[in-house]
Design a protein around this ligand. Sequence first.
Ligand code: ADP
Ligand code: MG
Length: 695
Amino acid sequence: MEKVTDFFGSMVFDERVMKATLPEKVYKSLKRTIDRGTPLDISVANSVAAAMKDWAIEKGATHYTHWFQPMTGVTAEKHDSFISPAPDGRVIMEFSGKELVKGEPDASSFPSGGLRATFEARGYTAWDPTSYAFIKDGTLYIPTAFCSYTGEALDKKVPLLRSMEAINKQALRVLKLFGNTKVKSVRTSVGPEQEYFLVDREMWKKRKDLIMTGRTLFGAMPPKGQEMDDHYFGSIKPRVAEYMADLDKELWKLGILAKTKHNEVAPAQHELAPIYDTTNIAADHNQLTMEVMQKVALRHGLVCLLHEKPFAGVNGSGKHNNWSISTDQGENLLSPGETPAENAQFLLFLAAVIQAVDDYQDLLRLSVATAGNDHRLGANEAPPAVISIFLGDELTAVLDAIENDTPYGGTAKEKMKLGVDVLPQFSKDTTDRNRTSPFAFTGNKFEFRMLGSSNSISCANIHLNAAVAEVLKNFADELESASDFNTALHELIKKTIKEHKRIIFNGNGYDDAWIAEAEKRGLMNLKTTADAMPHICDKKNVEMLTSHGIFTEAEIFSRRDIMLENYVKTVNIEAVTMVDMARKEIIPAVAKFAADTASAVSVKKSVSSAACKYETKLVSELSELIDEMDEATTELESAVSGLKDIAEVMPASEFVRDTMLPAMDKLREAADKAETITAEEYYPFPAYDKLLFGV
Ligand code: ADP
Ligand code: MG
C-alpha cells in the first residue's frame, strides 16, 4: 500500500515543487505575488512556465488548460497541447510565460448578461497565482480568472478575490485600533461540507429526468422512506466504501484535504468534508471535488447526484459553508480568546457579523438562490428561506448583559466591562447543536447552512465577505475618530446589539411559529429565486458592493440577469422533460396496464359470473388518472409555449414561479398517484425504492 503522505499533492505544482524547480530569485518573486499580490514580471512568468511545463511533462501531461469558473456555476476549460513544430519536422514541447499568464478562450458561449457586446465576443483568462496549478487527466490545469476585454468580471473568482481584499483592508484598520500592528494580512477561511447522493448507473440510464435535469421529476415515495435513522453514521455499504476510498485518493493527489466522510440522513445520501482552507482555495477545491466525485462514481458503476433535491419527499442535499476570519499570525478573529482585550476584539468582530447578516439578509439569501435550492429552503429539512443567526444561550446571555448593562450570569457578579472582564469559556457542544439555523455560531466560526449542494461556494462568500467588510469599515470610521477608544468601543457594541438583535434566533428554525415571529421582527422571507434575485439591484446593495470594488454596477445587473436566466432555463428544461416522459412513457404505460386489466375482466367474465369488482374499480381509477395526466400535460405544454413569448427575464422568472412550476406539480401529482396503483412490471423506469436502496 502506498502511503498517503507519499502521494498527497503529487499532482500539484505546490510550494514544495516550486522551491525545488524554480531559481531562488524567481521563487521569491512568485511568493511575493502569491502572498501580497505584487504584479508579476514577465521574465518571472517565463521561468515559472518553463518549470511548470517540465514538471507536468515529467508527470505525463501533454496539454495545458486555463481553468475558470464562468457564471454557469460549473468550471470551464479549453485544452491546448504543449507541442510546437520544430524545423526538422518533429515537435518540441513549449509553454511560455505569456501563455501561462493569459488565455483567450472564445467567450461567446458563456453567459455575460449583456456585458459583452456581440462584436467583442472574446474574453480573456488571467492566471491566479494564489491557487496552485495541478494535473488532471494528462492536462496541466492553471486556475484563472475570466474577464471581458473591457475588464468586467465574467466569472466567480474575480469578485471573490475582490471581496477577500475588501475584508482584509477593513479588518486591518480595526485590528490596528486594538494595537495589533504586527498583522500584515487578514484572510477568510472556509470548510465546505458537501452532501451528495449515489445511485446505480444502470438505473440512472433508464430515467430521462435524472439524465436531463439531475433530479427525478416523477416518483412516489416508497412506504419506508426516511424513517430509518440508523442510516446516519451507520456502517457504510461496501460498494459505497470502495467509492469513498477511491475518491479520497483522487482528491488527496490533487492536494485536497478530504477529511470526513459519512452517510447522511436520507438513504443513498452521503457527505464529504475537507479541512478548511483560504476561501479562494476552498472554492477552487470544492469545484474540483464536485467534478472528481462525479467522475469517480462512473468507475464504480454509480452516478453521483449533486442536485439539491433529487427525490421529492426525501431530504435534499446542501453544503455547509464554515467560515472564519484569521490573521497571518494565526489568530482566529472569531475565537473568543482568553484575555479581556482579546474578548473585546472578538465581540467587535462578532457584532460586525451580526450587523452584516441583518443588513444584508437579502444578499445572503440570493447568493444561494437557484431553481434546485428553492426545493430545499423552507421545506423543513434545510434552514428556512428566512435568515437568522444562532449564537447559543451562553453567548446570547453575554450580549444581553452588555446591551442592558446588567451583570452577566444572573448572580451577584459585576457588570460585564469590555476590555476588563474575561468572557466565560463557551463549550463547543452547546453552541454546535442547533441544526435548523441558517447561520450558526459554532465556537470559533460561523456555519452558513443555506447553500445548495451544487452551488459554487463563491457567491455566498462574495456577499458574506462584502457585507462584513462594509460593517467593519463603518466601525473603523467611528472608532478611529473616537477620543476614548474603550468607551467608544463599549458603546458601539452595545448599540449594534440593540439595533440588530432581531436577527438572533436560538430556537427551532423549522417551526412555523418562527416564520410568523420573523415576519413580526421585520425579517425578509424571500421564498424563491424569482423573489430573491432582483434584490441584488436594490440601491443599498449596489452602493455597498460598488463602494468596496466587489462589482461594478454593470456587473451587478448582469449577474441578476444571468442568475434569473439560469433559473428560467433550468425549470424550462424540467418542464419539457416532464411533458416528454408523460406523453411517451408514463401515460402509455398506465394506459397499457389499464387496457390489459380491462381485457382480463372480459376474459374472466366470459368464463364465469364473477363480478370482477377489484379490476373494474382499478380500471376506472386508472382511466381517471390517465385523463388527469393528459390534461395536466396539455396545460404544461401551453406553459412551455407561453414562456417562449416572454422576452424579458424578470417577467419570465415570475411566469416560471407562478405558472410553470404549479403546472409541473399538478402533472406530477396525477402521475405519482398512477404509479402507486400500476403494476411494477408495466412502469417504464425504476421507482424510488429501487433508486434509493439499490446501491
Ligand atoms: P460539523 O459538526 O458541522 O461536522 P466540524 O467541526 O466537523 O463541524 O467542521 C466542519 C467543517 O468546518 C470542516 O470542514 C472544518 O475543517 C471546518 N472548520 C473548522 N474550523 C474552521 C475555521 N476556523 N474556519 C473555517 N472552517 C473551519
Ligand atoms: Mg456542519
